[in-house]
Design a protein around this ligand. Structure first.
Ligand code: ZN
Length: 479
């Protein structure tokens, strides 16, 4: 056992080109290791980390070595770091600016907000993020600061500016005119290191098609948050991923239901629950959609927190615990609350009751996709995890997925889904992205937020270290 481990350490050192003596090994010991893939708990486990990689793991007494650091994690539960496949980690607060006399919705990145998002994501155990859209320059800056260790935060893959017509604008949105401009924009984003191209709900079917083509021409994956253009159309056009449990196109409803839905549908956000009132998951159209998603292995991140938030008359209180405000940037929280309020202007008690009832159908939709083998990723639509991350897991469980499966989706499956093949499991040779929880999440997913310590790329932080400093440079003047 010991000899094997030392051989592995030596070969790992050779592979990384570092001498073991200079780098030093860190030992994490005494915890119960959770493997969501095999659904096992292994008591009294240890992990040895060197140079950001796991170089050994086992149970009982760890090998006798001259460790750089030793962490006694008795009583905690260690599992692969969580993945937020829909985390707006570099997004600044939404704002409405007046440009040339017309209102424009912007989402400009701010360094102080991003640094805080990154730290809070990590504090709640999220070590990998897929950022579904923001200023590509800010995203490239983020990657540089994480890689250099200047900021503590998750590793990320990004979509750059979101493709969406006005009134959305600024650096976080783009609306190219003409084929060449679409290809140029995809090329610009690819050049800045983006991995995804985000296509938004205001695009026409032709624009969606062009966006997918431009993305693929530049090696980007095309992902979309859609509304009137259907998920099925997007699937047939070659989309790689779909975002949010909101497949709200009338094209997915049978003719009579489609007519009634369109008659019901106003300019407001009620359609976000109304579609689920009309949807028949056994109908030929939706059956065909589910088959296509499964056959083409199109990744779907459902962000059930969005349904929960929009459908509840409590607003943000529905998805937060008392005191959670301190883990959210106040400027970002304020603008999100305002936008959530705006989205539900005119909703009556009857709307909230109907939306609440429609949540059963949202859950049924989750189960149908999962049972059919559609790859599901866990995403929050928040700033990159944070205190709501555990609730996203609980919502997937409430929809009918068992706890182990939800933990597998949150770690291994989502890591693979966003192309982080070298993390997502606790195995020799993989990146050391580990979260240590105070209680067992396989018993209660709410425990996923009880973070004791998190290790990212081999660096360890306690929850208290990451959450000690308040956000900097508050623009509203509070401190
Ligand atoms: Zn989003």
């Amino acid at each position: 056992m010991t000899r094997n481990l030392l051989l592995t350490a030596a070969s790992a050192a050779l592979l990384t080109g570092c001498s073991g003596a200079a780098a030093g090994q860190d030992l994490y010991a005494g915890f119960t290791r959770i493997d969501p893939e095999s659904r096992t708990l292994t008591e009294n486990s240890y992990i040895i980390v060197e140079d950001g990689r796991i170089i050994g793991l086992g149970t009982g007494n760890p090998p006798d070595m001259d460790y750089r650091t030793v962490q006694d994690l008795t009583g905690t539960f260690g599992l692969p770091g969580f993945v937020d496949a829909h985390g707006h980690i570099t997004a600044g607060p939404h704002a409405v600016e007046v440009v040339d006399g017309a209102p424009m919705v912007t989402m400009e990145s701010r360094e102080d907000v991003t640094e805080f998002h990154a730290r809070m994501a990590l504090a709640f155990g999220v070590t990998s993020v897929r950022n579904p859209g923001a200023d590509p320059q800010a995203n490239a800056d983020y990657d540089r600061r994480i890689a250099s260790g200047e900021w503590a935060g998750p590793d990320a893959v990004h979509a750059g500016a979101v493709m969406q017509p006005p009134p959305f604008g600024g650096n976080a949105f783009s609306y190219p005119q003409g084929r060449e401009a679409w290809f140029a924009e995809a090329g610009r984003q690819a050049g800045l290191g983006m991995r995804y191209f985000k296509l938004y709900h205001g695009l026409s079917e032709d624009e969606l098609a062009l966006g997918i083509e431009a993305a693929h021409a530049h090696g980007l994956q095309a992902i979309a948050h859609l509304d009137q253009v259907s998920w099925l159309t997007a699937a047939e056009l070659g989309i790689d991923g779909l975002l949010h449990a909101l497949p709200t196109s009338s094209d997915l409803l049978e003719p009579e239901a489609a007519e009634a839905y369109l008659a019901d549908r106003g300019p407001d956000s009620r359609f976000m629950y109304q579609w689920f009132e009309y949807a028949d998951f056994d109908s030929p159209r939706i059956q065909r959609l589910i088959r296509e998603l499964a056959e083409r292995q199109i990744e779907v991140d459902l962000t059930l927190l969005v349904n929960e938030l929009v459908y509840s008359d409590e607003g943000y209180q529905a998805v937060m615990r008392e005191g959670d405000e301190r883990y959210l940037h106040p400027d970002a929280l304020e603008s999100s609350e305002q936008f959530a309020e705006l989205a539900r202007t005119g909703w009556t008690d009857e709307d909230y009751a109907r939306a609440d009832a429609a949540m059963d159908n949202v859950h049924a939709f989750v189960r149908r996709l999962h049972a059919a083998g559609v790859p599901l990723l866990i995403g929050t639509d928040g700033p990159g995890g944070g205190p709501a991350y555990a609730m996203e897991l609980q919502l997937h469980h409430a929809a009918g997925l068992d706890r182990w499966e939800v933990l597998r989706l949150a770690t291994t499956a989502s890591a693979e889904g966003i192309g982080f093949d070298n993390t997502g499991r606790l195995e020799e040779g993989r990146e050391a992205d580990i979260v240590f929880l105070e209680a067992n999440p396989a018993e209660d997913l709410a425990h996923a937020r009880e973070v004791h310590m998190v290790v990212t790329n081999g660096r360890a932080f306690t929850f208290d270290q990451l959450t000690a400093a308040p956000p900097q440079n508050l623009q509203n003047g509070e401190e």
